[in-house]
Design a protein around this ligand. Structure first.
Ligand code: HPA
Length: 275
């Protein structure tokens, strides 16, 4: 990844800001509403930012919203880039490089995902404890720039343990029942077959989606602390006797919006910011 491009993009963003963001948020399908709660927002469309790709999926807006949320200065991505859209892994994860360059050390990633674990229900929120990269590639393939991270980064702490504990504590204080589990990243864009869902369950997956894994790999490469939250928007293929649609995904995320907002805001308000 071209260091010069990362610097140009981050300098452009800095030129629009009078504040220094300390926490980044990636808002997944149907979860962009959180950005609407950001106070004194500066909005920067992805199109304006040098070297940023443009987002194409419905339910994804394609802009950065920077401002104050629960007393923290946040930079939110309202809409993200997916590998299935045809972007390279480096494009998909370019924003995480820019976040790091901006001095941001903590990241909350959210997504909509299909439930593999049969004890889950649509509408559940799942704190991601770990992931399985089932995309068959990695954003770190290619020459390593040591300024960005190590050649062989450790992934045993990809999802910050203290952040997981903090999120569980917040859920308890809100009386919100949440799941924990392993997120499997698939490329998509087709949803899984029932046989694939059984395979992923055997492999240890609890939820499956088409994002997050590349982003968390790059955030780890940059030594950022990550918290991941999945909204279980549907049961994965073959579990219930019904076809999957993107509309169902959007409907469920819309339904749990209030829980999601309340939960993430509570997490942010007291999130530990330094290692
Ligand atoms: N599979 C993959 N990605 C998804 C799903 C699913 O069932 N639901 C939402 N994103």
């Amino acid at each position: 990844m071209d260091f010069q491009k990362i610097k140009e993009a981050s300098q452009f963003i800095e030129s629009k800001l009078t504040v220094k963001p300390e926490l980044a948020l990636v808002l997944g399908s149907g979860l962009g509403v959180l950005a609407e709660e950001i106070e004194n927002p500066t909005i920067i469309s992805y199109q304006e930012i040098p070297y940023f790709p443009e987002s194409t999926v419905s339910g994804h807006k394609g802009q950065l919203v920077i401002g104050t949320l629960e007393g923290k200065t946040v930079l939110a991505m309202q809409g993200r880039f997916h590998f299935y859209e045809g972007y390279t892994m480096q494009q998909v994860t370019f924003p995480m490089r820019v976040m790091k360059q901006l001095g941001i050390q903590s990241l909350i990633v959210t997504n909509a995902a299909g439930g593999i674990n049969e004890t889950f229900n649509p509408g559940d929120l799942m704190i991601i404890t770990d992931h399985i990269n089932n995309m068959g590639t990695s954003p770190l393939i290619g020459p390593n720039d040591d300024r960005l991270g190590a050649r062989f980064p450790d992934m045993s702490q990809g999802y910050d343990k203290a952040y997981i504990q903090h999120a569980l504590q917040c859920a308890e204080e809100l009386n919100l029942s949440v799941q924990t589990g392993v997120y499997v990243g698939n490329t998509g864009p087709a949803y899984e077959t029932p046989a694939e869902v059984r395979m992923l369950r055997t492999l240890g997956g609890d939820a499956v989606g088409m994002s997050t894994v590349p982003e968390v790999i790059v955030a780890s490469h940059g030594n950022m602390r990550v918290l991941g939250i999945s909204c279980i928007s549907n049961m994965a293929a073959g579990i219930l006797d019904q076809p999957l649609t993107h509309d169902e995904v959007m409907e469920t995320t819309d339904m749990v919006k209030q829980n999601f907002l309340q939960f993430v805001k509570k997490i942010i308000s007291s999130l530990p910011m330094n290692r």
